[in-house]
Design a protein around this ligand. Structure first.
Ligand code: BES
Ligand code: ZN
Length: 872
């Protein structure tokens, strides 16, 4: 127990006069009445004589509670409840003496439909009847919705769990079943083995009509049984996750220097799930599309999503579950590390997937983009009230967190870094730790003061920009805070980061192998010919080259020079397009750069190229000259690849080529590439007329084809895609239909798509898929913001307990807009509303509008001129 010693007096925590060591818990769910009964006996230590015990509960009814000490029973004289702190205070008739005690509580609760606590999730059985399963989601503070407990990560205990369920249903929990007893013919009790000492947020169970596929590890001294559980009929879709699970367990057991400590690892697909997945120890829960995958019918991109999610959650089995953050302040460490090491595992398993490059183009860019706003926050933020966690469930904790860990691991070398991780896990196993504990372990291992390097990355807000200038053979580099609004003030710009500059080829005058810039500025002799900063895009910063450097670097790209590797080519597109948007350089310079990518054929770079060029036509959508010109530019850009890749997926084709084909066709479709639009229509018509011929639209380009036909104004096609959605047997097929439906053009159909978002047909977890399309589609963007406003009371009610869905609803329709009038409108709309739960998302949306509208105002003229001069 080490929840002492922290310095924040505002933390919402329980008193420490009484602490638990073991819970014996019996839960009896009623899947028909949507309630559950519960009985818990908690072994306690009373540290000081007391008349009261405070314990977390939420939406539970306590029938009675008593304490047993040395055979003597102490009844409660009263109980009281604190709504905000979610605590029940039990007051006893007489003072409870110091020492061991057992607290027994009889209670019941609601099997809710809010995806938090012990909740129900629905599905249709083969006869079309609605059925329910029950499952838990406790992080961060919903364990208290399932049983009374000390619901804090540092108050670890052991758990013996029993589930009393109707005969025929399967019951799962963190540990294997120890025994099953039949209580009555129609009811059985599952007794699970006692857990190791652990935090309450990682306790889990599930009840339902499940089936599974199973395997075991082969390389571990104590073999681990791995199962993937699904609803009836779906288990075969668990094969891919099942295949990678033992390999990931073995890999982590090796690099972490500690074997997976439990005898089994179950993973289960849950049809209603607030997030992507949850790392409950020994029983990991997933959103269906993050666990199940069908080689024949799934879009290929879900394969990577499954691998990444499984690896991430398994990483937590050590980093989070075995060693747990002392308090929610360190959530970033849990999540940032799991994201980094999860990527390491995916790269290990699938070296041909270029996973690290995808990390550079997606994760890293998301993190840097968010951190380029004033409304960002430092990676390390004090969290006084755990209710505020969903505000930091964002790209800063995950993506910037993982990016700075990647930078640190490169700085120390991955081997030394992992040796430090092993040291940290050994030292704190079955206990709690802080960010500083990790820095200590890494410093001991590397003999370098890691804290000094990392503090500038985790304790302060923002990322740096390196402004590079060159004169008379001398390069000068100067660091400043990078803001997308390009209006940095002295008070924003006080940090001097430790920046590993990664200049390549390495300048002779810099001795430090890491080239760490620790001062505001530095000069060195210019290397001969082209040179790059941030080689391999290892560092978390933007590089602002002088205009004269672009043709030199561009030529190196064109020549296929080793100087510009995959991450470098991707990083250049990311940096220069971002700097164009923020006004540090011009959009014309970005477009000049893009023209050097004539020979580019990789998925990773094309993903970014199409995204960044597409963003210009999207944000400048009101200016039809620019919108049309950029589309023309985009058509020219992709034409060669469209010809090369076609629409067919040859047998045995490598993974990334399949992904690339989709990126190219989507970019071509969005740019109005005629042949692509015609082929999409042709194939769609065939696909609809004969569903048995579904190979005409391979699952990996189906969403793109749907999107194209809808964007082209297809009314009948809207009905057909809707029908596909309603009839799709698999959740990932529904997802691709939802993602496409938002691209419809007619106002009445846009309204229909919006209404669908809140209808019974769309699970509440899936709303963002529909909104994503509606927010990207220029025709529906504005109407979708109005729709969010008009449905605000329903949305805010529905997503009140969600980790982030409400914030997404606010942010998505505003993200691509450049309408300056919206800023005032948004502020006015929320002026009289409680925005506490999504304030950050709201601020970020408003700042994004400022950035976009400034971009359009600043560049309209010059960009039109560039387009004309270049005949677009
Ligand atoms: N532990 C998190 C989920 C979580 C975080 C729940 C904070 C409550 C509070 C889990 O490990 C996670 O990170 N899930 C991600 C998926 C992952 C692949 C990035 C998610 O749900 O998005
Ligand atoms: Zn996680």
């Amino acid at each position: 127990m080490c929840n002492k010693g922290h310095s924040n007096p505002n933390r919402v925590v329980l008193p420490t006069n009484v602490t638990p060591s073991h819970y014996t818990l019996t839960i009896t769910p009623d899947l028909k009445a949507f309630t559950f009964g519960g009985y818990v006996e908690i072994d306690l230590t009373i540290h000081e004589p007391t008349k009261t015990i405070q314990i977390n509960t939420k939406e539970l009814t306590l029938h009675w509670a008593r304490v047993e000490i040395d055979g003597k029973t102490h009844e409660t004289s009263s109980t009281s409840y604190d709504d905000h702190r979610e605590t029940t205070t039990l007051t006893f008739e007489s003072e409870l003496p110091k020492g061991a005690a057992i607290l027994s509580i009889n209670f019941d609760g609601i099997l809710n439909d809010k995806m938090a606590g012990f909740y129900r999730s629905s599905y249709k059985d083969t006869e079309g009847n609605t059925q329910y399963m029950g499952v838990t989601q406790f992080e961060a503070t919903s364990c208290r919705m399932a049983f009374p407990c000390w619901d804090e990560p540092a108050v670890k205990a052991t758990f013996s769990i029993k589930l009393k369920v109707p005969t025929g249903l399967v019951a799962l929990s963190n540990m294997p079943v120890e025994s099953i007893t039949a209580v009555e013919p129609e009811e059985m009790t599952y007794h699970f083995e006692k857990t190791p000492i652990m935090s309450t947020y990682l306790v889990a169970w599930a009840v339902g009509d499940f089936e599974y596929v199973e395997t075991t590890t082969t390389k571990l001294e104590n073999p681990v049984t791995c199962r993937v559980y699904t609803l009836p009929g779906l288990k075969e879709q668990g094969r891919f996750a099942l295949e990678i699970t033992p390999r990931i367990l073995e890999y982590f057991s090796e690099i972490f220097g500690t074997a997976y400590p439990l005898p089994k690892l179950d993973q289960i697909a849950v049809p209603d799930f607030d997030m992507g997945a949850m790392e409950n120890w020994g029983l990991v829960t997933y959103r269906t599309v993050a666990l199940l995958f069908d080689e024949k019918t799934s879009d290929l991109r879900f394969k990577e999503q499954v691998a990444a999610t499984v690896a991430h959650e398994i990483a937590h089995q050590w980093f989070g579950n075995l060693v747990t953050m002392e308090w929610w302040d360190h959530l970033w460490l849990n999540e940032g590390f799991a994201t980094w090491v999860g990527t390491l595992a995916v790269d290990h398993l699938f070296p041909n997937w270029d996973t690290w490059s995808t990390f550079v183009t997606l994760d890293m860019q998301r993190g840097i983009a968010l951190d380029s706003l004033r409304s960002s926050h430092p990676i390390e933020v004090p969290v006084a009230d755990p209710h505020d966690i969903h505000q930091i469930f964002d790209a800063i904790s995950y993506s910037k967190g993982a990016s700075v860990i990647r930078m640190l691991s490169n700085w120390l070398t991955v081997d030394v870094f992992l040796a430090g991780i092993r040291r940290y896990l050994k030292k704190h196993a079955y206990e709690n730790a802080t960010t500083d504990d990790l820095w200590n372990a890494l410093s001991e291992e590397s003999k370098i003061d890691v804290r000094e390097f990392m503090n500038t990355w985790t304790r302060v807000i923002g990322v740096p920009i390196l402004n590079v200038t060159e004169a008379d053979g001398i390069v000068t580099v100067e660091q400043h805070r990078y803001l997308s609004t390009n209006d940095v003030k002295a008070e924003d710009d006080e940090t001097i980061w430790w920046v590993p500059m990664g200049v390549s080829p390495k300048p002779a005058s810099i001795a430090d192998p890491n080239q760490t810039l620790k001062t505001r500025s530095l000069t060195f002799d210019a290397p001969h010919g082209a040179y790059l900063f941030n080689k391999d895009y290892s560092g978390v910063f933007r590089t602002n080259y002088p205009a004269s450097a672009i043709p030199r670097i561009g030529q190196a790209i064109l020549d296929g020079s080793d100087l510009v590797g995959l991450n470098d080519r991707a990083g250049l597109v990311a940096d220069i397009s971002s700097l164009a948007k923020s006004g540090h350089t011009s959009t014309s310079i970005f477009l000049d750069l893009v023209q050097y990518y004539k020979n580019e054929e990789t998925y990773v770079v094309w993903e970014l190229l199409s995204q960044r060029v597409g963003e210009i036509s999207s944000v400048f959508t009101e200016n039809s000259r620019i919108n049309q010109g950029i589309k023309h530019f985009q058509r020219n850009l992709v034409d060669r690849m469209v010809q090369k890749l076609g629409w067919e997926f040859p047998e045995g084709e490598d993974y990334l080529t399949g992904r690339l084909r989709n990126v190219i066709l989507r970019a071509a479709g969005r740019a109005g590439h005629e042949a692509t639009v015609a082929e999409a229509k042709r194939r769609f018509a065939l696909f609809i007329s004969d569903p048995n011929q579904d190979s005409i639209l391979h699952p990996s380009i189906r969403q793109t084809a749907f999107e194209i036909v809808l964007s082209q104004g297809g009314e009948d096609e809207f009905r057909q895609v809707l029908k596909y959605f309603h009839n799709a047997p698999k959740q990932d097929q529904q997802v691709i239909a939802l993602l496409a439906l938002g691209f419809v053009q007619q106002p009445e159909l846009i309204a229909e798509a919006q209404a669908l978002a809140l209808s019974e047909s769309v699970r509440s977890q899936d709303i963002t898929y529909l909104l994503a399309g509606l927010a990207t589609n220029p025709t529906s963007r504005r109407a979708t913001w109005d729709w969010v406003k008009n449905n605000w009371s329903v949305l805010s009610q529905r997503y009140s307990t969600s980790m982030g869905l409400l914030g997404h609803c606010v942010k998505m329709p505003l993200t691509l807009s450049s309408d300056v009038a919206l800023i005032k409108e948004v502020k006015e709309f929320f002026a009289d509303k409680d925005t506490k739960d999504f304030q950050r998302a709201l601020d970020q949306a408003i700042e994004g509008l400022e950035v976009n509208s400034a971009w359009v105002a600043r560049e309209q003229e010059a960009l039109s001129e560039w387009l004309s001069a270049n005949k677009y």
